[in-house]
Ligand binder design. Structure first.
Ligand code: GRG
Length: 311
């Protein structure tokens, strides 16, 4: 199948998976729930849950595949909860990043930012709520019937071992979203804005602010599919390269719109070096993703297209 067509279908199926976990707009908390749903439903590439599901496919031997019916999104109820959870965390970070105290943006994904539409207090609460609700959603993956179904679909018999995997994935997600990940990177970015930061701090910001959540997404996919510790580590390395290349690519695109006053890879190293680094990181990531027993051509092409995107 043509890649673009397949990407459209996978994105639509991912969108549906996420929508199944959106909270109901009711009672006195309705304003915050409306703001949460507005931010999640405002478009977006759904990159992190797609990367999670595609990494899962790289290691799982799903039932569907054996019957020649490869699912667009693998039918694992625990995986679905982590796909929604990672997208909720990503959306909380965008809602907070747009606030007046941070980037102070009025528009995102072609529509009003959440705080602009619902007011600043509800914007703050919607970000908090998305982060908390992400963990509520993922933690419910522990329920016995879901663990049993996941094991059955993966052809695994040891349910206690699969529960340990769910705990492992939760721990990876919490760490990569927290002070040793995305929040840590955002802190350095915000606190040292306007300063002539060095290369070490710039790479710290890229690795943590942008790459860490992509690492969580892909490592969770591997963990929940039954991959070994070594395989999960390698996936983390590939995801770090993808995340860093994604951010440098973002800088190159931003440079075109002449965003001023911020130290980026492009302002520090120049556009040529930035492009060369994006290429080498992409090749290294693709080499790792091609080194496993099973292959996933869609994941390879997605990695390539994502990093070489024009917008
Ligand atoms: C507020 C804790 C906290 C963190 C904010 C996400 C973030 C960290 C800042 C947003 C600014 C930025 C340029 C981040 C780099 C990562 C990035 C390019 C995010 C946008 O991700 P996409 O392109 O967004 O996947 P969509 O809209 O497609 O979901």
């Amino acid at each position: 199948m043509d890649f673009e067509k397949e990407l459209q279908m996978v994105t639509a199926a991912t969108e549906e998976t996420i929508e199944n976990f959106l909270p109901s707009e009711m009672s006195f908390q309705k304003p915050v729930v409306e703001a949460m749903n507005y931010s999640v439903l405002s478009g977006g590439k759904r990159l992190r849950p797609i990367l999670m599901a595609e990494t899962y496919k790289l290691f799982a031997i799903p039932w569907e595949d054996e019957k020649g019916l490869a699912a667009l999104v693998p039918q694992n109820p625990v995986l679905h909860r982590f796909m929604a959870g990672i997208e909720f965390i990503h959306n909380y970070s965008l809602v907070h990043d747009d606030l007046p105290a941070m980037d102070n943006d009025d528009m995102r994904r072609g529509q009003e930012t959440t705080h602009k539409k619902f007011g600043e207090a509800v914007g703050i609460l919607a970000g908090d709520a998305l982060l908390n609700y992400a963990f509520e959603t993922m933690l419910k993956g522990f329920e016995t019937d879901r663990i049993c179904e996941a094991c059955m679909l993966l052809g695994r018999t040891n349910e206690a071992e699969y529960m340990k995997r769910v705990a492992w994935a939760l721990s990876v997600t919490a760490e990569k979203a927290g002070i040793y990940g995305m929040i840590g990177g955002q802190t350095a970015d915000v606190c040292d804005e306007g300063k002539d930061i060095g290369k070490d701090e710039l790479s710290f910001i890229y690795e943590n602010k942008t790459a860490a959540l992509i690492e969580a997404a892909m490592m969770d996919g591997a963990i929940l599919s039954g991959a070994t510790e070594d395989e999960v580590k390698k996936i983390g390395e590939a995801a770090s390269k993808i995340g860093n290349a994604f951010q440098i690519r973002d800088d190159i695109l931003d440079e075109k719109t002449e965003k001023q006053g911020k130290v980026t890879f492009v302002t520090k190293e120049g556009e040529e070096k930035a492009k060369a680094t994006v290429s080498s990181l992409t090749e290294e990531a693709i080499a790792i993703l091609s080194s496993f027993e099973k292959s996933n051509d869609f994941l390879l092409e997605l990695t390539y297209k994502l990093i070489n995107r024009d917008s």
